[in-house]
Design a protein around this ligand. Sequence first.
Ligand SMILES: [Zn+2]
Length: 278
Amino acid sequence: MKLVNGYDLMNYARKYQHVLPAFNTTNLEMTYAIAKGLMEANLPGYIQISSNNLRLSNPDVIAMIARDAVKDAETPIGLHLDHGKSFADVKACVDAGFTSIMVDASHLPFEENVRESRRAAEYCHFYGIPVEVELGALQGKEEDVVNEEECKTDPDMVADFVERTGCDVLAVSVGNVHGLCLNPRIDIPLLARIHEVCPVPLVLHGGSGIPKEVIWEAKKHGLIKINYGSDLRKAYIGTFGRAYEQNHNEHDVIHLSLEAVDDVAAKARELVTMINEH
Ligand SMILES: [Zn+2]
């Protein structure tokens, strides 16, 4: 299959009542691994890369790898920009063939957040690509942005924000945290209140560590997409770490990289299956 347009992917998820995982890639191996995990599970989802990661892998390169990785897929897979930090990044990813975009201006004051999100949405919509925006900032480490302050999404601001930005999906902050957190306290009543007033589906970032029962519950309150970064990165690094611990002279990068692809794919497969059990 070709990479699937974000609107089509969300329509497919709604039709078959799936939650779409969005797995963060970093490089070639992770990209192939994510596609492999989704294909083995035969469930839909996204390969996504964050703006910060574009310092390592430029959008054209990642888009090319992603297209190759999904060419034998029989389940729809999209390519998403995660935490688009600038209009230049948004534009570069759309131009490279990404099929879904997030613009993250949640660190800015409300009015500026609206303006930046709206500008990105207008560009993306011109090309028929959906846009995710964020209201309320997450705790924890989002790449190198550290936000210690608790800043949950205010339901009273949601309808206005969605309407004025023209966004298609909304990332919320309801106790979810970026990074590895063993027991994040997801505020389901808050999610339910947001869902009541929000005309578009919802996204949870920081999926790693959220118990499956909580995700199934969130699915009843508008959740369509959940992001996973840390779980897959840990699997990737673990492959190399274990090999090095066993043998400090280990230097078979090809073999280990192939093993890392399998390990990351197994984790992606486990997660996409878990969130869709219910
Ligand atoms: Zn995030």
